[in-house]
Design a protein around this ligand. Structure first.
Ligand code: AMP
Ligand code: ZN
Ligand code: FE
Ligand code: FE
Length: 274
């Protein structure tokens, strides 16, 4: 089985629409994917209908921006009901918060002599046909590069809008307990996304005690032995193990270049009924 449980679409900062992501997953011979856009599940329905008639499971998901112990933390919500009213309402609140945050970051950039227009960021984000549009830093990075203030997206992050950058503002609406509660209320399970190794060691037990159900261990840039060791520790804490590429578009390579095997995430798949 070829599995990838962390994909972005144009519902947030991915470059392909949900329909195009499904086509790329089929082309990459994937069997199971999860749609996990930043702070919205608005891309899930389109992905599910696009997968109709293909031998591809689409797991509904969301990636909620939050923080814990002073560090940014992304919480994946899997198996959520994407039409659950409080979850849809959260998506709308977060989208509006993100628009204000974008204006704030643009103001900070202006203070650094970098002139970016909000409307250009929205245009670069693309309509994507999905509502609500979850505006994010990658959209802003594109505008910074287009304005000639950086040569690459990663330079824009390194110099201006990375987590320690002078123009950064957080995207957080919910604290970690609120994010976990929303995911659980929507019928889903909460999985700690891409934990930093130092924070994994420091915060795992506390997050488990707060209600986290699993940890994303298997990822493209984590050596498999390290991921396996993390997985063992997570299971010792009674937690599920997941894995995914955090794919945002073709510049991350083709879908299916990174896959997780069933043996690594069996407990999660059983929970998903797959
Ligand atoms: P946001 O949710 O608006 O804070 O944006 C988070 C997204 O920005 C991540 O999912 C990545 O796609 C992207 N990102 C964060 N840090 C970097 C970085 N240093 N270089 C490139 N992309 C980044
Ligand atoms: Zn992203
Ligand atoms: Fe993330
Ligand atoms: Fe992500």
């Amino acid at each position: 089985m070829r599995i990838d449980l962390h994909l972005h679409t144009t519902a947030s900062d991915g470059s392909l629409t949900p329909t195009e992501v499904v086509a790329a997953a089929v082309a990459g011979r994937l069997d199971v994917i999860a749609i996990t856009d930043h702070d919205t599940a608005a891309g899930v329905a389109e992905a599910r209908s696009a997968a109709d008639g293909h031998p591809l499971h689409v797991i509904p998901g969301i990636e909620i921006s939050t923080s814990f112990n002073g560090a940014e933390l992304h919480m994946l919500g899997y198996l959520v009901d994407d039409r659950y009213a409080p979850l849809v309402e959260y998506g709308n609140t977060a989208a509006s918060y993100r628009r204000d945050r974008m204006r704030g970051m643009i103001e900070r950039l202006a203070g650094l002599g970098i002139s970016v227009a909000y409307d250009d960021v929205v245009t670069l984000a693309g309509a994507g046909g999905t509502d609500p549009e979850s505006l994010g830093r990658p959209h802003l990075a594109r505008a910074i590069v287009q304005g000639g203030y950086a040569h690459s997206l990663s330079e824009a992050f390194d110099r201006f809008i990375g987590n320690d950058g002078p123009a950064f503002l957080p995207a957080q609406v919910l604290d970690v307990a609120g994010a976990i509660a929303l995911i659980h209320d929507a019928g889903g399970i909460a999985v700690w996304a891409h934990p930093r190794p130092d924070l994994f060691a420091r915060d795992l037990a506390a997050l488990r005690d707060l209600g986290v159900d699993g940890v994303e261990c298997h990822r493209p840039r984590v050596p498999p032995p390290d991921a396996a060791r993390m997985g063992d520790i997570a299971r010792e804490h009674g937690l599920l193990v997941t894995g995914g590429s955090d794919w945002h578009g073709e510049w991350h390579g083709a879908l299916g270049e990174f896959v997780v095997e069933r043996s690594l995430v069996g407990g999660f798949l059983e929970r998903a009924g797959i």
